[in-house]
Design a protein around this ligand. Structure first.
Ligand code: NAD
Ligand code: TYD
Length: 353
């Protein structure tokens, strides 16, 4: 593909920034335009490595502001849009769903409208929409989500993502917009915002703080290393079929306690003074409407696009722990700012027994 100009919404967030790294590391002839509102979860430090690279451009922009979307982007040549921007944390969606509806639904709608305009001018090759397996709802002990599993979202977060998935589908059928949607499982890896399970446990171990496990810790997630996810998105963008959806996962189910034990074990080796870190585990009140289990069946992307993950969980989780140990200033800055106030007030409410 020649002269790719990829607009990455949410490119300063966890997965979006990893995607920018993946593309810039592997592709010479590409331009990336990151658009991001820089909410609490967006951080330009995630892109520091490329700050002097002429292939990367940053535009601060709120996708819920239609005027801003059209005026700031109208003169920027774009051939593909990779849409990552979203409010992404389930707990926050329980405490305050409005931002989720605004960004995930209305923001996605405006990005689709912008894409429709580009497409009408024959400028756009693809609108790639990044979604979640949480749109499919909760599984019991058996089975896995396929691309044809009916939607049954249970949290305000997953409902707002489901709504955006439906809009993307409608733009393909109604306007012929070249769209593809990916639905992936829980990611982990570098630049993961500290409120999510894996980074929270690593950082709380390091600080000797309690490790809050919701309910009994038996809920299951299907953990996907973010670098594998970004390689899969890259593959889908280059070879996927318009109008299709692809599930992305690595058949790596673990219950939350297994994850917390694993992190404690790795931290015991790296921080023997704090061992055994398991003593910090505290069972707290369960999340309202907590989905029991997610599991992805990735057969379609494997069989149709030849996708295979590159990383094994055992190595990737170690690399993740080591990334947080090696990048102390990155997370210390987050913990000393706005996020800390949030964690200490509203957020803690959710975790108290
Ligand atoms: P994140 O919260 O780390 O990053 C989201 C980014 O979007 C931030 O940089 C934020 O500033 C930006 N953003 C938020 N609202 C915006 C707005 N109104 N305008 C412009 N930018 C805005 O999220 P993430 O974990 O990187 O998730 C990226 C995408 O992947 C999301 O669409 C999410 O639903 C999806 N997803 C995430 C996971 C996961 O495990 N993290 C799993 C499945 C799907
Ligand atoms: P999370 O990282 O919030 O992702 P999601 O809710 O999108 O799956 O949570 C992953 C799992 O970990 C989920 O079952 C909730 C649980 N959890 C805890 O037990 N304690 C915590 O402090 C957090 C943040 C999550």
């Amino acid at each position: 593909m020649k002269d790719r100009r990829i607009l990455v919404t949410g490119g300063a967030g966890f997965i979006g920034s990893n995607f920018v790294h993946t593309i810039l590391e592997s592709t010479e002839n590409v331009s990336i335009i990151v658009v991001d509102k820089l909410t609490y979860a967006g951080n330009l430090k995630n892109l520091d490595k490329w700050k002097n690279d002429s292939r990367l451009q940053f535009i601060k922009l709120d996708i819920t502001d239609k005027t801003e979307v059209f005026s700031k982007l109208e003169n920027i040549p774009v051939t593909e849009i990779a849409h990552f921007a979203a409010e992404s944390h389930v707990d926050r969606s329980i405490l305050g769903p409005e931002e989720f509806v605004k960004t995930n639904l209305m923001g996605s709608f405006y990005m689709l409208e912008f894409a429709r305009m580009l497409h009408a001018q024959n400028k756009l090759r693809l609108f790639l929409h990044v979604s979640t397996d949480e749109v499919f709802g909760s599984l019991s002990a058996e089975g896995a989500f396929t691309e044809t599993t009916p939607y049954a979202p249970n949290s305000p977060y997953s409902a707002s993502k489901a709504g955006s998935d439906h809009l993307v589908r409608a733009y393909f059928h109604t306007y012929g917009l070249p769209v593809i949607t990916t639905n992936c499982s829980n990611n982990y890896g570098p630049f993961h915002f500290p409120e999510k399970l894996i980074p929270l446990m690593i950082l709380n171990c390091l600080q000797g703080k309690s490790l809050p496990v919701y309910g009994t810790g038996e809920n299951v997630r299907d953990w996907l290393y973010v670098k594998d996810h970004c390689l899969a998105i890259d593959l889908v963008m280059r070879t996927g079929k318009f109008g299709e959806t692809y599930n992305i996962g690595t058949r790596n189910e673990k219950n939350n306690l297994e994850i917390v034990y694993k992190i404690c074990e790795l931290m015991d080796e790296r921080n023997p003074k704090g061992a055994p870190h398991k003593k910090l585990i505290q069972f707290v009140k369960d999340r309202p409407g907590h989905d029991f289990r997610y599991a992805i069946d990735p057969a379609k992307i494997e069989n149709e696009l030849g996708w295979k993950p590159k990383y094994k969980f055992e190595e990737a989780i170690e690399q993740t722990v080591d990334w947080f140990l090696a990048n102390r200033s990155w997370w210390e800055e987050i913990l000393s700012g706005e996020y800390n106030k949030y964690y200490d007030s509203q957020y803690k409410e959710l975790k108290d027994k």
